[in-house]
Design a protein around this ligand. Structure first.
Ligand code: 5GP
Ligand code: ZN
Length: 115
């Protein structure tokens, strides 16, 4: 399958790794929208929010555990935002499930990431 984030998770394409475990991989976004902009992805291919099923949804809780751990380790005491763009209207550009972790400045009242 020709999927950019599968290739990043498999280390076929280089990325700046922030965190990794058996289930998920986290790396710095190539075009950061905030001083901290990290992408969290499942290692297995899931196309996006619509691809989450009872069979694979456990990885989502693993990703959220990882986000909480990384945010804690980074000391993001000022707060942070977690965003997942789902489909064309939301500006999803990579069709492998991912969660943006944004922090490091006041993020405003609206989400505007990706697209
Ligand atoms: P989306 O727009 O689908 O919500 O988010 C995709 C994100 O992936 C964007 O924020 C974009 O900057 C990031 N991205 C796209 N290609 C690459 C890449 O090759 N490496 C990294 N590290 N990030 C990428
Ligand atoms: Zn993939």
């Amino acid at each position: 399958m020709d999927c950019l984030f599968c290739k990043i998770a498999n280390k076929e394409i280089p990325s700046k790794k922030v965190y990794e475990d058996e289930f998920c991989y986290a790396f710095e976004d190539i075009a950061p929208a905030a001083p901290v902009h990290i992408l969290f992805i499942p290692k297995e291919h899931i196309s996006g929010m619509g691809g989450i099923t009872p069979e694979n949804s456990a990885v989502v809780s693993k990703i959220f555990e990882a986000i909480s751990r990384v945010a804690g380790d980074m000391g993001l005491d000022g707060g942070y935002r977690v965003v997942s763009n789902c489909g064309a209207d939301a500006g999803q550009t990579v069709f492998h499930l991912h969660f943006h972790l944004l922090a490091g400045k006041p993020l405003g009242g609206m989400c505007s990431i990706g697209g």
